[in-house]
Design a protein around this ligand. Structure first.
Ligand code: ADP
Length: 494
């Protein structure tokens, strides 16, 4: 009988299930979108029951579609939207409130009040005092949903991020765990001791009895109840989406780094078994726990990446589909001196300037749509390069290869420019589905489907490598132009 790994990819806008064979080829994929709930300006919620139903629906359908049964599935791996917060009743499984989504800014004031404790928070969690993380979201539910705090203190309620919620549901309420890569995004978890932190829980007034047991990212958590798939399937892998992508790109060793070019851009650098504290506005996070060891990562994000291409498409109406941006940009030899700074929602690391807004510089009578498209694609590269430089500064180590995934990583012109500007080799694997692949690898390792990391590396196929081809002088000039453009952009709101 043939065996496969089933990856559950619970994202922000959709739930997907992908069944993989050992080579990482997709046997079956099913995706379902679910409702985005916006109760107030800046608030974002999901219905945990809809997340659960959509995720299980896609899993059942994916098995059926491929003509398989539960017996063909060697293990399940989960990857998920991070930080999103669920609280539910231990006995009934009923959520006490909607899931508060990572994007939700309702606890901005609460997080601002934690600023005096930021050094302690950073030292213990690797994070900043920000509403993005689960801690203040959980505190909000405890403080604002009637009766919830008393029930939590009586030990009747459980907290979990999405992987924790799904594992609890799939095991029929038997298993309440959270893997390290998700737990470390709560602002309640000490990334050095690998335990929930009493001081942080007391600062945020969180009853510790509601917290899940922290576990490694590849381990036997439990089995699915038979009602779901006709028989039990072991659940053996779990990681937050960005860490799963790092694993899926086979960035197993210290110094390995990946960039995910999606709506936004996430860069994660594996820093080995020691956490590195950033002096340049990056986050320190757990990459994964595996075989009794923990790997840490430095994480930087760019808010607007593929979103800038969407802006060219939808607002500027320069083209109909994102891939056309490449053909258009290729019609000119360079950006004609134009720089675009896509600070639509401010600038993230290393600038951290929330007030900044987008700008364009160097326009002449000869500037065309082609130049603007090319300059916009280049801006994605420059933003990434700023993060890479911050990582080099924080670790003191050179970066020579960058692995890429995400929708915009299919743009060859963009990838070549990244290789040129960052002076690194860009490696693009045949499959850019690295997030779900990472979850599949983690699950597969725990059941012996993969015989160690070397076995995974052997299964991966490089589709294309982009080598740097720009002279050092030109590279420096272009970068200097970008930094002038960023300074000018920031000066506009002074
Ligand atoms: P997400 O997971 O964040 O939804 P994806 O990884 O699916 O994002 O990537 C989609 C993003 O990539 C979109 O913002 C789109 O504009 C951009 N994109 C997709 N294909 C290309 C391309 N060939 N060139 C440039 N941008 C692209």
């Amino acid at each position: 009988m043939k065996h496969y790994i089933m990856a559950l990819d619970q994202g922000t806008t959709s739930s997907r299930t992908i069944i993989y064979d050992k080579n990482g080829s997709i046997i079956s994929v099913v995706q379902r979108e679910f409702t985005q709930i916006f109760p107030h300006e800046g608030w974002v919620e999901h219905d945990p029951m809809e997340i659960w139903a959509s995720q299980m629906g896609t899993a059942q359908e994916a098995i059926l579609k491929a003509g398989l049964t539960y017996k063909n599935i060697a293990a399940i791996g989960i990857t998920n939207q991070r930080e999103t917060t669920v609280v539910w009743d231990k006995k009934t499984g009923e959520p006490v409130y909607n899931a508060i989504v990572w994007q939700c800014r309702r606890t901005a004031d609460y997080a601002a009040r934690l600023k005096p404790h930021e050094d302690m928070i950073r030292a213990k969690t690797g994070l900043l005092a920000d509403p993005y993380f689960s801690g203040t979201k959980l505190a909000w539910i405890l403080d604002n949903v009637p009766g919830v705090r008393a029930r939590a203190e009586r030990g009747e309620l459980l907290f979990g991020t999405i992987e924790s919620w799904l594992i609890w549901k799939m095991t029929g309420g038997e298993v309440h765990v959270s893997d390290y890569s998700n737990a470390c995004r709560t602002m309640l978890f000490n990334i050095n001791t690998l335990k929930w932190d009493e001081e942080l829980c007391s600062l945020l007034n969180i009853p510790m009895c509601m917290l899940p047991e922290p576990v490694e990212c590849s381990a036997n958590y439990g089995e699915t109840i038979s009602e779901l798939f006709g028989g039990p399937i072991p659940i053996t892998g779990s990681a937050g989406d960005q860490q799963a992508a790092l694993f899926g790109e086979a960035c197993f060793n210290e110094g390995d780094i990946k960039s995910t070019y999606g709506t936004g851009n996430f860069l994660l650098l594996n820093t080995g078994e020691k956490p590195v504290t950033s002096k340049n506005g990056l986050l320190t996070t757990i990459a994964w726990g595996l075989n009794g060891k923990v790997n840490y990562a430095l994480e930087g994000s760019v808010f607007v990446c593929g979103a800038a291409v969407q802006w060219l498409r939808d607002q500027m109406k320069f083209f109909r589909s994102a891939p056309e941006s490449e053909e258009i940009a290729a019609q000119v030899p360079d950006a004609g001196g134009v720089y675009v700074v896509p600070a639509f929602v401010g600038l993230g690391a290393p600038y951290w300037d929330p007030e900044a807004r987008g700008a364009m510089f160097g326009i002449t009578r000869g500037t065309t749509r082609e130049h603007i498209v090319r300059a916009t694609l280049q801006s994605l590269v420059y933003q990434n390069e700023d993060l890479l430089a911050a990582m080099v500064a924080d670790t003191g180590k050179e970066i020579t290869t960058l692995k890429v995934d995400g929708g915009a990583a299919l743009n060859d012109l963009l990838m070549q420019f990244q290789a040129d500007i960052s002076d690194v080799d860009i490696v693009r694997y045949a499959s850019i589905e690295s997030t779900s692949l990472g979850a599949a690898y983690l699950a597969g390792l725990a059941v012996g489907y993969y015989d160690g990391l070397a076995d995974i590396i052997a299964s991966k196929e490089i589709a294309k490598t982009f080598k740097p081809s720009l002279g050092e002088k030109t590279r420096k000039e272009k970068l200097a132009g970008w930094h002038r453009a960023v300074r000018a952009t920031r000066a506009f709101h002074e």
